[in-house]
Design a protein around this ligand. Sequence first.
Ligand code: NAD
Length: 463
Amino acid sequence: MEITAELIAQTVAKILSEGETKVGAAGNGIFEDVDSAATAARTAYNEYLGCTMGFRGKVVQAIRDLASDEENLRYMAEQCVEQTGMGNVPDKILKNRYAALKTPGTEELVTGAWSGDDGLTTIELSPFGVIGAITPTTNPTETIINNSISMLAAGNAVVFSPHPRAKAISIWLVSKINEALDAIGAPANLVSMVREPSIEHTNELMAHKEVNMLVATGGPGIVKTVLSSGKKAIGAGAGNPPVVVDETANIEKAAKDIIDGCTFDNNLPCTAEKEVIAVDAIADLLIFNMQKNGALLITDPEILARLQDLVMDGNRPKTEWVGKSAAAILQGLGITPPPGVRCLSMEVDLMHPFVQTELMMPILPVVRARDVDEAIDWAVICEHGNRHTAIMHSTNVNALTKMGKLLQTTIFVKNGPSFSGIGIGGEGYICFTIAGPTGEGLTSASTFTRKRRCVLVGGLSVR
Ligand code: NAD
């Protein structure tokens, strides 16, 4: 055979591509197809079953160390913003750092017990097996870090299906996690993904025989899909968090908290303030203080209409504007952003699309209600039964109680910014998979377990 330049190039390409395909098998967690990823995850899980709880603690620590490294934090934040075109670097650094350091680990897996004349019975939280986890474009690395720690602390292996737009940074993170786990001698491919995420691959993953549990963090479509899968599924879906402010609130503080929460990562978090319902008596004062905190009030109906045309397509937000800054949106309108602008605000009616739609951009409509009862009723309408997040600024215990009872949200923040509800400046742990539809709440290691009863008859009770 004649050795030509073309033949050499073909041979090199073949060797390289074989090398790539084998990379997953060698343990960097990246696979060319779903079957290989799920099968490798099963092998990893079986091996992990033989590891001690102490070793699981080391696995968690290795992920924490990797993901909280300052250089990695900056890289993840910059790449997420660049690849998805959403959010801002400082807030993403903060979110990833919290995911790395404040996601609970194995300490959460508490054993229950009965002891008595008939012996000793324990209830232990055992792993579910292989989990298929679908992650959103809005928090790509945050969710992978948060889910990996929770799911591996519980003894599972996980195959991620990231949003295609966050593919490259997800591949980077999954490979890095595998590298870190390899360094401590953990089973290969405890965390994995397919190199080319797609809807077809996600569907294949959901149906794969080796996958025992599905976890979807995303919009209503994917939540509905996993819930129809016939497998144990956890759905963490969309929100449209209303903020109610009544006349008993500290209005200056409420305005600052609302703008801080609404502008966090350019309003990407599903928990972030999406619309304000203010009691008439304090609405002007609240809007004045919101302006002092960086809200630009749009009063010209023509600009408002142009803004709606720019960022919405019918009743949906246009993806290209999701997670953009207020300044970028103003520039999109041909308006020079004033210095310090953080969000765009406007007074509108309850049924305005900006109020009723989860926009995920720093556009914050204000609706004026007659009194707190009307404000709460309207908040129920805006939340659409998502049972996700609501915020209230009030010192009236009865009103706070009424709002909590009527909205039935998974997170109810009182007198603080929305992010205090996920443990940033509020008590409690961090979470980026908030399971409202299926009721697990802010997920953590214990969410990804099966309760198993172990019974020893007639002994070991020493009371
Ligand atoms: P999205 O629903 O468009 O995508 C989420 C994930 O599902 C992606 O990985 C995507 O590729 C996949 N996906 C979507 N439709 C699919 C289908 N038909 N078949 C297979 N896979 C499919 O959501 P997004 O824009 O990435 O994220 C924003 C949404 O997620 C918002 O609605 C937000 O409220 C929600 N969210 C919820 C939580 C929570 O914890 N409850 C957290 C973050 C984001």
